[in-house]
Design a protein around this ligand. Sequence first.
Ligand SMILES: Cc1cc2nc3c(=O)[nH]c(=O)nc-3n(C[C@H](O)[C@H](O)[C@H](O)COP(=O)(O)OP(=O)(O)OC[C@H]3O[C@@H](n4cnc5c(N)ncnc54)[C@H](O)[C@@H]3O)c2cc1C
Length: 445
Amino acid sequence: MTQRRGESALIWFRRDLRLGDQPALAATAERAERCLAVFVLDERLLAPAGAARRIFLIRSLRALRAQLAGRLLVVAGDPVEVLPELAGRVGATGVHISADCGPYGRQRDDAVRAELAKTGIELTATGSPYAVTPGRVRKRDGEPFRVFTPFYRAWQDHGWRAPAGTSSSTVDWIDPATVAESVPLTEPPAPDGLTLPEPGEAAASATWQAFRDEALVDYSEDRDRPDRPGSSRLSGYLHWGAVHPRTLLADLADDLPGAEAFRRELAWREFHADVLWHRPETARRNYDRRFDTFEHDSGPAAEAAFAAWAAGTTGYPIVDAGLRQLLAEGWMHNRVRMVVASSLSRICTCRGARHFMRHLVDGDLASNQLNWQWVAGCGTDAAPYFRIFNPITQGQKFDPDGAYVRRYVPELRAVTGKAVHQPWTLSAGPPPGYPLPIVEHAEER
Ligand SMILES: Cc1cc2nc3c(=O)[nH]c(=O)nc-3n(C[C@H](O)[C@H](O)[C@H](O)COP(=O)(O)OP(=O)(O)OC[C@H]3O[C@@H](n4cnc5c(N)ncnc54)[C@H](O)[C@@H]3O)c2cc1C
């Protein structure tokens, strides 16, 4: 389609905070000459997010605004009311988005589409935060996949488009000050000692390039080692769309060592999004409904156990290190997420998943809820429900020298070697200030 001279459009950014490889921007440029860039702070969507995710979002918006030389309008409110109002003010013929595939986003977009249609404005979705838009990869009989490995094969067979060559000069940006006043991009107070990654598209790209050039070669092994910088740490960028997975997959096409293992992890993200797309109720309920009747522990002892878990004072060093890393960095290593989640599943998976969603910068409904369910054995590819990741053997295997534990648990810094994973066995007992384990692991199992 050729550009329509003089026409205006809106591009409504959501989880796609970048200008490169941005199909919605390419679609905007095809249909309009002038474009208003908008982000809507929607409290209903932000409610589960704590300080780390909110701060990272605010900083990411600042980075996007800087890329656009200030031409990003940030407003607060209900998109169903805000978008038609702004579209009317600039005389837009269309509003462009990258599809949101989550349950709330899909309903919201339907409502926005219906509202815009009342004044003849079209909402056009081009692309999504995934290499393959959820819902597209199916079994031969048209049914969705329930198991990862066959999904992974079919996902690769389906393939994805090449990156879209877009940049800030793709359209003429409308000065937002001529349309409405932006809300200030004020960060909520940060908890003491919180360290977050650099926000924005340039930082995402630099993180990817450093990982690709230095760590990808050892990724298949090192991705399981929390004591090493073995994984990409791209999850926050992928969640907010500072980089698109298609950009990464295009780079992996050269079959670099480690590429296959990394492609597989990106595919897990796509699989969970696909599952949530087909089964939106799994955001709140078990994928495997037989577990709906499973009773979790409750009462004062369970409350105390949850509080100790959340604070990282369970007495299991690798669990505590993970939970403290979460509070300090808004991120936790994948292997440790599994151990930490498994250590809580008897008390209550939902509460643990909510705690993760509050503190993770990459907190993502599909990946979080379905990984929690996977660990608890009530999700896809289910592990037997009695399998609990033993925090001692997991620690000894994946943090063999204890460096990860000592980094996040200062009370244990004087304990050398792998003894750090069982401080209660030291002749003098655990060092001062470090608790005894709260639940006897064998008993829990
Ligand atoms: C209980 C639990 C909760 C989780 N919650 C989230 C969440 O809210 N948001 C989130 O992005 N990931 C979540 N994960 C998946 C995984 O732990 C993180 O994606 C990963 O640790 C991010 O670090 P990285 O970018 O260095 O990963 P890398 O190892 O470098 O992987 C590259 C990318 O692949 C994707 N990925 C890797 N593993 C998984 C996986 N198991 N499931 C889905 N995507 C994956 C991520 O986008 C990641 O950035 C969760 C895992 C568990 C066990």
